[in-house]
Every structure is written in structure tokens, then in C-alpha cells.
Design a protein around this ligand. Structure first.
Ligand code: ADP
Ligand code: F6P
Length: 327
């Protein structure tokens, strides 16, 4: 029979994403509603190891639902990769009597949670917090919608200059291993070409496509590139295009970390609130080591191991849509 979870810790780990605060608020207030004690762990797994753990009250999470970043701060913690580091983390949790953990982060953070809960019998619930949307078992991750809307807003502005000067713009968006920000923002801004890690594009395809547009006097062209694309990101694509299309007026813009910040959209606040609430419900129900996701607008629980391993099947039709609509 599983031990009743009475004291829970909540932490944010890995890259921050807009909506993490809304998720923290939901965990803290749902925990308090269920008469649990709730502790905030600062700077991800580093806070567990350094005992940077503070009790949270309902007021601790007031006025944060609209704020980007994370009030608990986040970190990448090399020490948590070691058994010694994880032992320190467990000792600190035991000191506070914490017997359930909510980890808000990406797949790296889930790997850490999975290993930790295997070594020590402590239930961990994962909430997908990453702008990259590269986690299986959920239609959305906390922060993706905000990031992609930030990218769209920025590209719309770039399009004004692109149009005024008849320029060819290469815009790099975030996504080290995943092209979802590029794909969604590229379609929404009418990109001619989208370059992403999930789909191989040859130099011939890229240049051939742009040359054909040039021949038709279509001089305003937008290429959206995910930073992790095979070509090596926006600057590399820029060099390649300049070398092959000497008549084109080419500019490169790297959007960078503006995509990680800012006030979360309504959708991110909503999914973060629902997921945070259900994370606590999971702990109440005695669930172990699952990620709380949303699929077809319903809560969906995926074992952490699968959320990490499985990659969503890439839908090639989206790239076909790009080609047809950008003609
Ligand atoms: P994200 O969660 O955004 O994918 P990272 O991959 O940087 O970010 O992972 C965040 C943290 O999770 C790491 O700094 C480390 O503390 C922990 N972590 C990641 N992978 C492991 C692992 N295999 N074993 C233990 N801890 C891990
Ligand atoms: O995982 C989110 C992400 O924004 C990636 O798209 C990007 O490559 C990475 O984080 C950058 O992380 P940082 O600047 O924190 O090292």
C-alpha cells in the first residue's frame, strides 16, 4: 500500500518557459486545498542538493500567473547526474518530510526524476515545461504557445522590412532538437521554406526553390530555420543562400531568447493551471512517475520513461502545405 502523500515539493528545472509560474501556483494552491504542506525547491535539482527548500503558502504564489520566467528559478545541475548528488537530494527531502515531488521541466528534467524515483521510493510527477514541445504524450507543453506567438509577432515585423526592400530573410527560431516552433511560426507567417531537424532538406532543394521564386520575380522570401536544423542554423543558411543567389538581397535574423520570456498566453496559463492541479491529484491517487499531459483536450498520463523516449510521429503533410501555400 502506497504511503499517503502529505508533504510535497515543487521545482522548475532546465530551460525556463512562460507558464511555469502558473503551474507552480496551481500546484501550491491545490496542495493546500488538500491540506498538504507544500515546499518550493529553488533552482531545480540544485535546490534539492543544497537544501534551498522553503515552505509555500497561498500568498507565496499571488500575482504570478501572468509572469514569465519562474519564481522558483531554474538551473541545470551537473551534480544531480551523480549518485552522490542524488543521495544529498534525498537526505534533504527526508529532513523536511517531503514524500512527493512535482518536477516542471523538459525531457532532461524527467530523466533526472525517473532515475531519482527508481533509487529512492519517492513518487515524482512531471509537468511538461518547455518551449520546444519535444515531449511525447501531450498536445502542448507549457510555454510553447507563448514562444511561437512571440516568434510570429517578431517575424510579422521583419516582414514589413522584407516587403519594403524586396529582401530575402532567413529567420532562426529556437529548437535545438525539435522544429515545432519553426514549423508553426513558419506556416503562420507564410514562409517559403521551413528548415527543421525532423525533415531533411538538400542544398539543391533549398536553392532550387528560391531560384525558381527569383525567376518569377518573387523577391520577398522568408526562410524560417530551427536552430538545430542540419544546415547548422540561420547564419550557415545565410552564407549558403548568399553564395548561390548573388542577386538576392539577403538578411539573417536570429530571434534567440526573446522566445523564452514574456507574459504567458491564455492557452499556456490554462494548460499550466490544469496540469498543476492534476499533478497534485495524481499524488493523492498514489500515481508514481507519470507526466501529466493533455491530449484531445483531456488529461493524459504517460509514464516518465515513455514521455522521454517516444518522439511524436512527424506529419510531413505540414511541409507540403508550406510548399503549396507559398507558391
Ligand atoms: P530540460 O529539462 O529543459 O530538458 P536539461 O536537459 O538541461 O533540461 O536537464 C535539466 C536537469 O535535469 C539537468 O541539469 C540535470 O540536473 C537533470 N538531468 C538530466 N538528465 C539527467 C540524467 N540522465 N540523470 C540525472 N539527472 C539528469
Ligand atoms: O530547450 C529550450 C531551448 O530554448 C532550446 O530550444 C535551446 O536550444 C535551448 O533551450 C537554449 O538553452 P540555454 O540558452 O538555456 O542554454
Amino acid at each position: 500500500m502506497a504511503t499517503k502523500v502529505t508533504k510535497i515539493g515543487v521545482l522548475t528545472s532546465g530551460g525556463d518557459s512562460p507558464g511555469m509560474n502558473a503551474a507552480i501556483r496551481a500546484v501550491v494552491r491545490t496542495g493546500i486545498y488538500h491540506k498538504m504542506e507544500v515546499f518550493g525547491v529553488f533552482r531545480g535539482y540544485s535546490g534539492l542538493i543544497d537544501n534551498d527548500i522553503q515552505p509555500m503558502q497561498s500568498r507565496s504564489v499571488a500575482n504570478i500567473i501572468q509572469r514569465g520566467g519562474t519564481i522558483l528559478k531554474t538551473a541545470r545541475c551537473p551534480e544531480f547526474y551523480t549518485p552522490e548528488g542524488r543521495k544529498k537530494a534525498y537526505d534533504n527531502l527526508t529532513r523536511h518530510g517531503i514524500n512527493g515531488l512535482v518536477v516542471i521541466g523538459g525531457d532532461g528534467s524527467f530523466k533526472g526524476a525517473q532515475i531519482f524515483s527508481q533509487e529512492y521510493d519517492i513518487p515524482c510527477i512531471g509537468l511538461p515545461g518547455t518551449i520546444d514541445k519535444d515531449i511525447a504524450g501531450t498536445d502542448f507543453t507549457i510555454g510553447f504557445d507563448t514562444a511561437v506567438n512571440t516568434a510570429v509577432e517578431a517575424i510579422d515585423k521583419i516582414r514589413d522590412t522584407m516587403d519594403a526592400h524586396d529582401r530575402l530573410f532567413i529567420v532562426e527560431v529556437m529548437g535545438r532538437d525539435a522544429g515545432y516552433i519553426a514549423l508553426h511560426s513558419g506556416i503562420a507567417t507564410g514562409a517559403e521554406t521551413i528548415l527543421i531537424p525532423e525533415a531533411k532538406t538538400t542544398v539543391e532543394d533549398l536553392i532550387g526553390n528560391l531560384t525558381e521564386k527569383e525567376k518569377r520575380k518573387k523577391l520577398v522570401n522568408l526562410v524560417v530555420v530551427a536552430e538545430g536544423d542540419d544546415f547548422g542554423g540561420g547564419n550557415e543558411v545565410g552564407k549558403l543562400v548568399k553564395a548561390n543567389l548573388p542577386n538576392a538581397d539577403v538578411r539573417v535574423c536570429i530571434l534567440g531568447h526573446i522566445q523564452r520570456g514574456g507574459s504567458p498566453t491564455c492557452l499556456d496559463r490554462l494548460i499550466a493551471s490544469r496540469m498543476g492541479y492534476h499533478a497534485v491529484e495524481c499524488l493523492m491517487e498514489g500515481r508514481h512517475n507519470v507526466m501529466v499531459g493533455i491530449v484531445n483536450n483531456r488529461m493524459h498520463y504517460t509514464p516518465l520513461t515513455l514521455a522521454i523516449k517516444a518522439k511524436e510521429k512527424f506529419n510531413n503533410e505540414w511541409l507540403k502545405i508550406v510548399r503549396i501555400l507559398a507558391s
